[in-house]
Design a protein around this ligand. Structure first.
Ligand SMILES: Cc1ncc(COP(=O)(O)O)c(C=O)c1O
Length: 460
């Protein structure tokens, strides 16, 4: 319905009570799902090339999850985690700590990625107050540009995404500063080797420690493999080893945000397992519950746990829905399925195929600047000028428009889209992050549809 308001503006009303992302534009309504497909009420069949927001890793509507959640529901649906534990929370936590080879020894289970990041920040700060010689002056964090760590004030302060921060800037923490991300497409020059590029980034981090005072920094925070704000950019060889060295030199912690890149997405259960380092604190979420439940977690390294255990013995942070039994049951079943169906092998196999096909079919497209990724997380960066890497103006909204076109009846594909992530608010990316169950045939279908969408959008 469209009406004219008193000031003459035309307002389009939507009858739904749901506060959509765009108030004047309803979202498609999904009424059923199976495997890699979503089905809308208007008959559209959409291939879920993004697993939602890189969430639905075991695919949609797996009956094993129906059973696991129902069985837990029959036992205990909720009990206050401040007072009680449950066998299912114990088992899930044990599975997670075991999966790190015992490096991480405690798990704090929450309901989202944002909450896991908030917990990590607080845990880092508390850690320094619990040391035998407390370091209460450590209140700062260094994070990276073009990063996303969540949308609450703490996590939004940590991330760097100008359009999401701008409105709230006055309320964001002044205790976070941002250094360059590891972004080889734009940061690594033609004369650089990985080593020289990493050396420069390590020096930048070192300089930032010196600028703010090394004794004031709690932690360096980074996504192990970048999510949407940097179009799935993986770190170059040696990057995290060099960053960890800088942190260790100054006694600061390393927090790796694996909310998106963890739990198998990049080919190993934990993305840091490909980097030759272990973080002090690690966040996971999306693939943990695979969308069957709202769940995230903070994994805490032995050394941090030891300090807390010998200190006050308590983490000064809690939430009502921590360790929710139904969410734990879902996540535990997802972990069993990953193993039983050997899904990480499929992530590596189909991921390699997906990357190869995208490069073959789109690598030469004049508006495709870069195609990059790892495992089943692949990003495409769009540019106005391939030779100069000039991005499209933010006002063109290239990636949101590509995303909408993908969802249309003609195309039927869902991408993850991000735009306006650089200092000057430019930058357009889409990511493909299919479910780990994706078949070779479905990878081909996703690439066919991606190519068709991009050629329709750019006109060639
Ligand atoms: C790297 C990263 N951290 C944190 C978050 C926030 O997670 P959530 O949306 O579950 O709160 C996201 C979400 O996209 C993410 O990609």
């Amino acid at each position: 319905m469209t009406t004219a308001t008193g000031n003459g503006r035309i307002t389009k009303h939507i009858s739904s009570s749901v506060l959509y992302r765009q108030l004047r534009q309803p979202n498609p309504s999904i009424v059923s799902s199976k495997g890699c497909f979503l089905f809308a009420d208007d008959g559209r069949q959409i291939i879920d090339a993004s697993s939602g927001a890189a969430v639905s890793c075991i695919g949609h509507n797996d009956e094993r999850l129906h059973y696991a959640i129902l069985e837990q529901l029959k036992k205990v649906e909720y009990c206050y985690p401040y007072y009680f534990t449950t066998p299912v929370a114990e088992e899930l936590s044990q599975v997670l700590t075991d999966s790190t080879g015992g490096k991480m020894s405690k798990v704090f289970i929450v309901s989202s990625g944002t909450e896991a990041v908030e917990a990590a920040i607080k845990m880092a700060m508390q850690y320094f107050t619990e040391l035998p010689q407390p370091q209460r002056q450590r209140t700062r964090f260094i994070a990276r540009k073009q990063s996303y760590h969540g949308n609450t004030l703490g996590s939004l302060s940590t991330g760097f995404h100008p359009p999401r921060r701008e409105l709230y800037e006055a309320m964001l923490s002044k205790n976070v500063s941002h250094v360059s991300a590891c972004y080889a497409y734009r940061g690594k020059t033609e004369t650089d080797s990985d080593e020289t590029y990493v050396g420069r980034l390590a020096q930048e981090l070192e300089d930032e420690f010196q600028r703010v005072g090394p004794e004031t920094v709690c932690a360096f925070v980074a996504e192990t493999v970048c999510g949407t704000t940097l179009g799935s950019a993986p770190p170059v060889e040696g990057y995290f080893k060099a960053m960890k060295e800088v942190c260790e030199r100054h006694g600061a912690l390393l927090i790796l945000d694996e909310v998106l890149s963890g739990m198998g997405r990049t080919g190993t259960l934990h993305a840091w397992q490909q980097e030759g380092i272990v973080p002090d604190l690690q966040t996971v979420a999306k693939g943990l519950g695979a969308g069957y439940a709202s769940i995230g977690a903070l994994l805490v390294h032995n050394d941090v746990v030891r300090v807390l255990a010998q200190g006050t013995g308590a983490f000064i942070h809690s939430q009502t829905y921590q360790s929710h039994p139904l969410a734990c049951a879902a996540a535990l079943e997802v972990q069993k399925i990953l193993k039983e169906d050997d899904l990480l092998s499929n992530v590596r196999k189909q991921g390699a195929l997906l990357g190869k096909l995208l490069v073959e079919r789109l690598g030469n497209h004049p508006n495709v600047g870069d195609i990059r990724g790892r495992g089943l997380l692949w990003g495409i960066e769009f540019v106005k000028n391939k030779a100069t890497k000039e991005p499209f103006p933010s006002s063109n909204k290239v990636s949101p428009k590509i995303h909408s076109l993908g969802l249309s009846t003609d195309h039927g594909i869902c991408f993850l889209a991000a735009h306006a992530t650089m200092d000057d608010k430019t930058g357009d990316y889409i990511a493909l992050a299919p479910p780990y169950i994706v078949s070779e045939q479905e990878v081909h279908l996703m690439v066919d549809r991606t190519e068709k969408v991009l050629r329709a959008f750019f006109g060639y």
